[in-house]
Design a protein around this ligand. Structure first.
Ligand code: ADP
Ligand code: MG
Length: 266
């Protein structure tokens, strides 16, 4: 009998995706294991959002493949929380209804939501500290509260893969800590948690694996192997001031790259 090596939760091979004639990311090879917290970092316009969306097929894939546990991607098992700007906040639904959407893959078109679904929604809202705000219109909540609601939706979905696009951008300190704690819980439960950020210091502290992106993958691995002056320079170019380039690079800046450029063209 032969032993078959465990398949990674997500396997990306030579993935390319973009808009119109332009490829925003290309040549992406990644194996994302179960039970790991993966920080995707790079400056604005480097392709972080495109990478997350290409995994789901929300951006046209120009090339390459994405497999899940060795088979085709099952979108019901993937929870995606878009970047704040990509959400229509005027949509007239409550926070609890947004969370309930995470149950839709289970709720048949005929059955409608039942007691189990309502309990799952209430539990998830409690876990993200939003029990009192379930009836509020989603657009009336603060940015941090909206992120918590989207995380609650991901919780009720019970997904194996979470793709979170800049969940900590523009939220208060308490929400940042709550999001970090939830991402760790989900990771400890065996999920693959992938989140995009341009906050280098937090990413290095929080993530099991870092994926540096700039038009493609610049480096991928544990923070102590990848968070190097060389990788930082290759990813962020001259935008960073490296204060102390010893074993650990201390950095300032990043994240204010003109969106039109992209990595490959600089
Ligand atoms: P990031 O999330 O790292 O800021 P994006 O993935 O949003 O980067 O963008 C990567 C590149 O693709 C940028 O050059 C950006 O201008 C371009 N881009 C992003 N979204 C679109 C779009 N909807 N149409 C055309 N170009 C886009
Ligand atoms: Mg983005």
């Amino acid at each position: 009998m032969t032993t078959v090596a465990a398949e990674p939760m997500l396997r990306l091979r030579d993935l390319a995706a973009g808009y119109g004639a332009r490829w925003a990311i290309s040549g992406v090879d990644l194996d994302l294991p179960a039970g790991r917290l993966v920080g995707v970092i790079g400056p604005n316009g480097s392709g972080k959002s495109t990478l997350l969306r290409a995994i789901l097929g929300l951006v046209p894939r120009r090339h390459g493949t994405v497999t899940m546990a060795g088979g085709p991607l099952d979108r019901r098992r993937v929870a995606y929380v878009p970047q704040r700007e990509l959400v229509d906040w005027s949509f007239p639904i409550s926070a609890a209804q947004v969370v309930l959407m995470g149950r839709y893959p289970r709720i048949g078109p005929v059955a409608g939501a039942g007691g189990d679904d309502r309990r799952a929604v209430a539990d998830a809202l409690e876990r993200v500290g939003m029990s009192d705000l379930g009836d509020r219109q989603i657009g009336s909540l603060s940015g941090g509260q909206q992120q918590r609601v989207f995380l609650a939706r991901a919780l009720v979905q019970g997904a194996d893969v979470l793709l979170l696009d800049e969940p900590m951008t523009g939220v208060d300190r308490g929400t940042e800590e709550a999001i970090t704690a939830l991402m760790r819980q989900l990771r400890d439960g065996g999920a693959t948690v992938v989140y995009a950020t341009h906050d280098l210091e937090t990413a290095a502290d929080v993530s099991d694996l870092l994926c540096f992106v700039n038009g493609g993958v610049v480096a991928f691995g544990p923070p102590d192997e990848t968070f190097t002056p060389h990788t930082l320079h290759a990813t962020f170019g001259g935008e960073l001031v490296i204060v102390d380039a010893g074993d650990h690079a201390h950095v300032h800046g990043g994240g204010h790259h003109d969106a039109g450029g992209g990595a490959a063209t600089r």
